[in-house]
Design a protein around this ligand. Structure first.
Ligand SMILES: *Cc1c(COP(=O)(O)O)cnc(C)c1O
Length: 355
């Protein structure tokens, strides 16, 4: 089979999503299935919809367009603030977008009027992670302005944590989001359908037993793909952590010294050269590199160890394992390695078995 390739077990992904949907439903929270890590794969989108997600979210309009073209019919949310240069495409293909800038809402309004459509807006609020979001003190004013734009419908508010700065979702910041929703509804009349409390990093909070308040949506990607929560990368009880495997092919297998020789300067990617003499080792080279995956996010099979990587070569100490040229080795991936592998045109994506 072609290598390198990602093997994606659709049934495991659907199982994972179904468990998350059920657990969150008990807490009064729906799931927006986030498809960006799979570049809007229609197969994964289908598995998510069968698992009961309430809609799909993606950060790239290109992925939303791809899903639409493939006939995926579900409410679609662009979960990154639209670029001004893309507002027509956003209005055409996404029902809702996340927004923080009135200039963008204004252009979305014009685009929606021109297309004789309405477009939904979720206003993102800054709760401390210092990525996207309107400062809480500016929310009321922004809502007031948003409500003035024709062909724009304010659907809700949301927040994103644990991405740029690793700020944990907790009862304090989630209660702040709930209180903001209450305050907007009290001022402008009940109108906020969606109060979106974050990404997979909000699962510990959401399933932890404290009051979920007004939060009625989480946007989940990593959790159903990798079966782990992103704060401490611990496996989530009852989820598969092996739904996706990366296979690469051996192109060199030799016994070599573990230490380089000659004068040492910088490596291709500025990493430290090998240190720690292990004597001679079984050194295996795989035809995959930094261009295809994040080597630091790959998990080698037990008994093997990743020693380094350049653009196109991954170097392993294969220990006592037999790794002849032409053999394939399977790796587990973290989110960073997964996203890069999904994005590399050199890595085939093989969706295994219908769910
Ligand atoms: C990527 C993203 C998500 C999903 O994050 P996961 O950690 O994969 O669950 C949710 N919301 C926003 C705004 C995102 O950019």
């Amino acid at each position: 089979m072609t290598a390198p390739r990602l093997e994606i077990d659709l049934k495991k992904i659907q199982d994972n999503a179904r468990v998350l949907v059920a657990r969150l439903a008990d807490r009064g929270i729906g799931v927006t299935g986030v498809t960006k890590a799979s570049l809007g794969s229609p197969e994964i989108a289908g598995a998510l919809l069968r698992a009961g997600v309430s809609g799909l979210g993606d950060s790239r309009i290109e992925n939303i367009e791809a899903m639409r073209l493939a006939g995926v019919s579900a409410p679609m949310t662009l979960i990154r603030s639209p670029m001004l240069s893309q507002v027509d495409r956003v209005v055409e293909n996404a029902h809702v977008s996340f927004n923080t800038e009135l200039d963008v809402v204004s252009k979305l309004s014009s685009a929606a009027s021109k297309a004789r459509r309405t477009h939904g807006i979720v206003l993102m609020v800054e709760l401390g992670d210092l990525r996207e979001g309107i400062m809480p003190g500016d929310l009321e004013k922004t809502v007031r302005e948003t409500l003035r734009f024709p062909n724009i419908v304010l659907k809700g508010i949301g927040a994103n944590l644990a991405c740029r700065s690793g700020v944990c979702p907790d009862s304090k910041n989630m209660a702040e989001l709930s209180a903001l929703a209450d305050s907007i509804d009290a001022t402008f009349g009940p109108m906020l359908e969606i109060v979106s409390g974050g990404n997979s990093a909000s699962l510990n909070w959401a399933l932890g037993g404290a009051s979920t308040g007004r939060i009625n949506d989480l946007r989940l990607g990593e959790a159903y793909l990798l079966g782990r929560e992103p704060l401490h990368r611990q496996p989530i009880d009852g989820l598969h952590t092996d739904a996706i495997t990366l296979f690469a092919e051996v192109i060199e297998s030799k016994v070599k010294p573990s230490q380089p020789w000659g004068e040492i300067a910088q490596t291709a990617f500025g990493e430290a050269p090998p240190t720690g003499d292990r004597g001679h080792i079984s050194q295996t080279i795989l035809a995959i590199g930094n261009q295809d995956a994040d080597p630091s996010g790959l998990g080698a099979p037990s008994g093997m160890e990743i020693l380094g990587a350049s653009s196109d070569h991954l170097v392993l100490d294969s220990g006592k394992c037999q790794t002849p040229v032409g053999a394939e080795i399977g790796f587990q991936l973290n989110y960073s390695a997964l996203v890069r592998a999904m994005t590399s045109p050199f890595v085939a994506k093989v969706v295994k078995a219908q769910a």
